[in-house]
Design a protein around this ligand. Structure first.
Ligand SMILES: [Zn+2]
Ligand SMILES: [Zn+2]
Ligand SMILES: [Zn+2]
Length: 340
């Protein structure tokens, strides 16, 4: 059974995930990325995963059989488990909590090599719609406070299988990075009465040098204080604190913005491995809610981090990042490639 443990100095929770230690790929450094025959996410191998929770599939197909575009299954080696109650406990001066949560895998495509930037915008809409449906479903579980959607593309980005997939981990607490962002946006709102993300979008449009792409509803750019080379943020232009309130029309616009941005990244840097994270408002009621006006000051977004450098001693030791590529240069390079 996993558990959550709190660092008493900076208040960061850590998941001590005992179950995941059993993952064979953690210990084997041979080609862990077997081909389609041994891949549990490939079409025809549905029996190799736990039963699906949700799928986008042909009308006349059966659950857990062929004929799907997207499948959502519980993670076979979950960091957190859905069964049980959230129990808090003190161990001497330390705080811990039972490892309750949800850990789902979104298998984005039946095809092993169908990377996101190769897919049609319609297929990307199906993925975004799945993100939204799963988030809304997890919202019904009152024990869960936050749902983080993320994607690890490639071994260096932390993936243990190459088959394109995303994950959702829902937790009974708000993760520290998210809390810092929401606190920061509240502080800005406190003296300007404006959303800091909306102000950033205005500023990026005024300069233009860091923009990668924009359409009617979305914009992608390399942020001013990028931590990593080719770091990308992607935001809705309309102020909205939660991803779950995205309309169908906006989903098509988002798909277009993601598609163009990811194609530019793939073509300019040769399909780099990357992580993306979807930062949005909490799904549950935060105890002693410090952000009653979150709808006013927080603004959901994607952060996309290509794995081009490694985080090393200085970064671990200080929280500072050394980025060798100015975001203005990165954005110019991404804009300049021909994606047709
Ligand atoms: Zn596969
Ligand atoms: Zn905003
Ligand atoms: Zn963020």
């Amino acid at each position: 059974m996993s558990e959550l443990r709190k660092d008493p100095i900076i208040g960061r929770w850590v998941i001590i995930a005992t179950d995941r230690g059993k993952r064979p790929t953690d210990f084997v450094s041979t080609e862990p990325f077997g081909g389609p025959a041994s891949c549990p996410f490939c079409e025809g191998n549905e029996f190799m995963t736990p039963p699906e929770i949700y799928s986008v599939r042909d009308k006349d197909s059966l659950a857990n059989a062929k004929g799907w575009n997207i499948r959502v299954v519980p993670n076979k080696f979950p960091a957190l488990r859905i069964e049980g109650t959230v129990q808090r406990e003190g161990v001497g001066m330390f705080d811990k909590m039972s490892g309750i949560g949800a850990h789902e895998v979104i298998i984005e495509t039946p095809d092993h090599t169908d990377l996101l930037h190769k897919r049609t915008p319609e297929r990307i809409v199906e993925l975004l719609d799945t993100y939204q449906k799963r988030t809304n479903d997890l919202k019904l579980d009152k024990r869960l406070i936050y749902a983080m959607i993320f994607k690890n593309e490639g071994e260096r980005a932390g993936a243990s299988l190459t088959h394109p997939h995303s994950q959702i981990i829902a937790t009974p607490i708000v993760p520290k990075r998210v809390k810092e962002e929401i606190d920061g946006s509240l502080e800005y709102y406190g003296y300007k009465m404006r959303c800091v993300f909306c102000d950033i979008i205005q500023e990026e449009k005024r300069f233009g040098t860091r923009i990668i792409y924009e359409n009617v509803s979305f914009i992608s750019f390399c942020p001013f204080a990028s931590r990593f080379p080719f770091e990308i943020w992607l935001l809705p232009k309309r102020h909205m604190s939660g991803f779950s309130t995205l309309t169908r029309q906006e989903m098509f616009e988002l798909s277009d913005c993601l598609s163009v941005t990811m194609r530019r990244l793939a073509i300019s840097l040769g399909e780099p491995q990357y992580n993306w994270m979807l930062h949005t408002e909490p799904i549950g009621t935060v105890p002693r809610n410090p952000w009653p006006d979150i709808g006013e000051h927080y603004h959901w977004h994607f952060e996309i981090i290509p794995k081009l450098t490694r985080v090393a001693g200085f970064e671990w030791g200080t929280g500072f990042y050394i980025n060798p590529t100015p975001p203005e240069d990165a954005a110019e390079f991404l804009r300049s490639v021909d994606i047709e």
